[in-house]
Design a protein around this ligand. Structure first.
Ligand code: ADP
Length: 397
């Protein structure tokens, strides 16, 4: 072999090695690239998965019920709120809207979207065994990116609470009008009688002036109570909180009520132990106790007993009780007596000068303190009101 041949052989060997090396590099780079791609794909998949989970959680946590319907009229997706409203189980895929909701109006709404693809507003009344719910339904035809129809989405807003509040508001306005109109018309007719000549007889004049005075006072009471409740509702009543000794507060309330108690022959008893301290506004507490004691005397037994008691409770709370030995409150009325203008016996309450707002004020004032009020009563066995308030913080020695 000559030198040229050797050189050629070496060049060939070098080329083979270079090609092998290049191939190995290429394979390694490719493998590295594939690894990176796989890693990126894994990350992307994890991100998509997390995003899908977040969307599902959001979808399920929405208060509005949502149903997504496919082109075949079958449900693709529904959230918990929709399942709860219509009482179906999740997942609900592959059932029609009618099968899942058992409501023709909802199915008809989805069907209407074929000719009317805009958002449709509809009010739906759901009569259930235990309650009636009112829903506002919005339906919208869905479109794919190409513009082709792609099913529909139906959203249900629960309007029940709003409707209930509206009913309470209407009832309240009707009650207020009635409470104001009754004394006003009595004042008006008494004044008219006097103007029309009733003044010639001093006895008649005195009687009608009394009617005017009594009803003007009544109007003042109702308006004062209404204004106080409005201020309590809007949180405009500022409490001047301090340490209040409950025994002394109970005694003040009983002293204030001594005259009307005597007129009914009712004996008043203060059994609140000394040393029980509440963190409360003394003036507001006085008003609460005045309303409860006044009621106990008015609705309790003539010649009966009204007793105030109290104790310290666990959890830094104190309790005050007002008990009478009167006829009690019927079971069906117990849950309603704290409502505005609710009275067990309307005529009796009015005759006693009640506005029907006393217990509503008690409840609002006690709640403004962070406390609670409840009643225990059974017909024939008297009535006992319980109020709890925060205890005053005693300084550690
Ligand atoms: P009112 O101005 O009519 O007294 P309240 O809100 O103070 O209004 O009380 C509402 C109703 O609760 C009263 O009309 C009465 O029917 C009932 N009530 C309150 N306290 C007692 C009680 N101690 N015993 C029996 N019924 C009571």
């Amino acid at each position: 072999m000559n030198a040229l041949e050797i050189l050629l052989l070496l060049a060939l060997a070098a080329t083979v090695v270079a090609v092998w090396w290049l191939r190995a590099r290429l394979a390694a780079t490719k493998a590295q690239h594939l690894r990176e791609l796989a890693e990126q794909r894994g990350q992307r998949e994890a991100e998509l998965h997390a995003q899908a989970e977040r969307t599902t959680a959001l979808f399920d946590r929405m208060v509005e019920g949502i149903i997504v319907v496919g082109l075949d009229g079958k449900i693709r997706l529904a959230n918990h709120a929709a399942a709860e409203l219509f009482g179906f189980k999740l997942p609900v895929q592959d059932r029609t809207v009618l099968e899942a909701t058992r409501h023709h109006e909802v199915a008809a709404l989805v069907a209407r979207l074929e000719i009317e693809p805009a958002v449709l507003n509809h009010e739906l009344r759901l009569d259930r065994v235990t309650e009636t719910r009112f829903l506002q339904v919005n339906a919208l035809a869905l479109r794919a990116a190409s513009g082709a129809r792609d099913g529909a989405i139906v959203v249900f807003h629960d309007l029940t609470r709003l409707r209930q509040l509206e009913a309470v508001r209407q009832e309240f306005v009707a009650n207020v009008s009635h409470e104001l109109r009754t004394p006003l018309s009595l004042i008006k007719s008494a004044a008219e009688t006097l103007i029309d000549g009733g003044r010639s007889d001093p006895a008649i004049t005195a009687r009608f002036l009394e009617i005017i005075d009594k009803n003007a006072n009544r109007l003042t009471l109702v308006i004062d109570d209404l204004l106080l409740l409005a201020r309590l509702d809007s949180g405009r009543v500022e409490l001047s909180l301090g340490t209040v000794g409950l025994r002394a507060a109970a005694q003040d309330a009983l002293d204030d009520a001594a005259l009307i108690a005597r007129a009914r022959g009712v004996s008043l008893h203060n059994q609140v132990p000394a040393g029980i301290l509440a963190h409360a506004d003394p003036e507001r507490l006085r008003q609460v106790l005045a309303n409860l004691v006044d009621n106990a005397i008015k609705y309790g037994r003539a010649d009966g007993n009204v007793t105030l008691g109290g104790q310290a409770l666990a959890g830094a709370r104190v309790e005050l009780t007002v008990r009478d030995d009167g006829p009690g409150i019927p079971a069906e009325a117990k849950s309603r007596i704290f409502e505005r203008f609710y009275r067990v016996d309307k005529a009796r309450s009015r005759e006693q000068g009640g506005t029907g707002l006393g217990l509503a004020i008690v409840k609002n004032v006690v709640q403004a303190h962070g406390g609670e009020v409840r009643v225990e009563s059974s017909p024939g066995n008297g009535t006992e009101f319980f109020i709890t308030l925060p205890a005053a913080k005693t300084v550690a020695v």
